[in-house]
Design a protein around this ligand. Structure first.
Ligand SMILES: *[C@@H]1O[C@H](CO)[C@@H](O)[C@H](O)[C@H]1NC(C)=O
Ligand SMILES: *[C@@H]1O[C@H](CO)[C@@H](O)[C@H](O)[C@H]1NC(C)=O
Length: 221
């Protein structure tokens, strides 16, 4: 009779903790990657510590203060360590909701990592994002904003430099262009294309035209 009850209980346990079962979480450990030569073997004592850490985390959740180590079930433990776990209610009749387990694990992630000398990369709760994931999201836009502002300032500074360079070069003629005749000089600078036909023109007309073209040239800038 007792054996029958025992088999019944283990059968229920087997059903509750299964790969991809409802409220079941997969855990993957890379002890050798994390600790190298100091790696420890994953045995039943380590499993007990894991169950204790999960029970400890669950006991901090409201209405789950009565969680015991025996309510945490492990199954399908592989040699290159991975396993599934569920947390049952005190009657061991059903598993506790996944979101409660998820928040409990996230709240105590550092304590659990420290218990096994592992970190978020070497102790993976496959469906539970690590605690440090959310804070990194807002910091990226801030970095981009700062970069954008600096980039814009640099672009504006370069544009101003180039514009002032062009303006200076146009307002003060280079010595190479200066000829013997002052009237000719104006024509050489401003109407290089009309050099051949400008000698017969009146001086006043030249000056007026020079100012006009100066304005016209500045407006597109
Ligand atoms: C998990 O373990 C059970 C029993 O130990 C076995 O029947 C099942 O095939 C295993 N599942 C996987 C995905 O390894
Ligand atoms: C499961 O829960 C029901 C009530 O919800 C109860 O009657 C039954 O005895 C429980 N089974 C076990 C094995 O605890």
């Amino acid at each position: 009779m007792l054996w029958l009850l025992f088999f019944l209980v283990t059968a229920i346990h087997g059903e509750l903790c299964q790969p991809d079962a409802e409220n079941a979480f997969k855990v993957r450990l890379s002890i050798r990657t994390a600790l190298g030569d100091k790696a420890y073997a994953w045995d039943t004592n380590e499993e007990y510590l894991f169950k204790a850490m999960v029970a400890f985390s669950m006991r901090k959740v409201p209405n789950r203060e009565t969680t015991e180590i025996s309510h945490v079930l492990l199954c399908n433990v592989t040699r290159r360590v991975s396993f599934w776990f569920v947390v049952t209610d005190p009657t061991k009749n059903y598993t506790l909701p996944a979101d409660e387990i998820q928040s409990a694990i996230r709240m105590n992630r550092n304590r659990i990592n420290n218990a096994f000398s592992l970190n978020d990369q070497t102790l993976e709760f496959l469906k539970i994002p690590s605690t440090f994931a959310p804070p990194t999201d807002p910091s990226v836009p801030i970095w981009i904003i700062i970069f954008g502002v600096v980039f814009c300032i640099v672009i504006v500074a370069i544009t101003l430099l180039v514009l002032s360079g062009i303006w200076q070069r146009r307002s003060s003629p280079s010595p190479v262009m200066v000829n013997d005749d002052k009237e000719h000089w104006i024509n050489t600078i401003d109407f290089g294309n009309f050099r051949t036909c400008d000698h017969s023109d009146m001086k006043g007309w030249h000056i007026n035209d020079t100012f006009m073209t100066e304005d016209e040239r500045l407006t597109p800038l």
